[in-house]
Design a protein around this ligand. Sequence first.
Ligand code: ZN
Length: 269
Amino acid sequence: MPELPEMETYRQQLTRLIQGAPITGTEVTRPKSLNVEPDSFIRKLTGNRIIRIDRRAKHLLFHLVSGEVLLLHLMLGGWMFYGTEDEKPDRTTQVVIHFGTKHLYFIGLRLGYLHMHSLPEVDLLLGKLGPEPLDSSFTFPQFQQVLKSKKSNLKLSFVDQSFLSGIGNCYSDEICFYAGILPLRKLSSLTEEEQNRLFQAMRSVLLEAIQFGGYIDEPLFIGDRLTGQFDAKCRVYDREGEPCLRCGHPLIKTEVSSRKCFYCANCQA
Ligand SMILES: [Zn+2]
């Protein structure tokens, strides 16, 4: 599932590609991906423009010039492609937004959704999310407060969106590895020095992943050299049995409340 760095990569690239461009039409082949009738969705979008794209946690917010917001969550298996009909990957699409001869294709949007809301509705819907880990206003003392809010272990806390926003299965493991701390450690057992290491690791890993376009496989457009470059840089995620990059011991895979979890039992403590 795309996490903060993947959605941030989409946000940055799509802003460059579609911000301000007139929407010339829309196709909906899976009405369940929407929260309104397809006819009304198409009517509202045609002739409209996206004036700004924001990201909150794993959501993108497409702000329309008419005042509504398209709220996107890709969930598991969802991705996007932007280009001409000839360039489009041979995959089923659920929603397509036309910008003249180029189109934004939503693919694999089965668990995910593209909902239309007013701004106050969006604020209400996203109100329960925890802080954004990369917000400049999110400081170490605030992180320490957040750590006090859960009794669980690091893995389950990191993937909980009410704890912190935007981190999922992959980056929770990457952050713990970078910090040299076991994902199964209870939050209450962390020393202040470990809390600080974790805070720095969280920022470093997420910023590096954004810089390298996240881990998503599929390019956003033909010639996209950014999207997915971080996949080769993941240090532990999906690397069961491979030697640890820090100490050489084989990496361990386990399950924590049915979530995949990867770590090094030798150099994470
Ligand atoms: Zn190791």
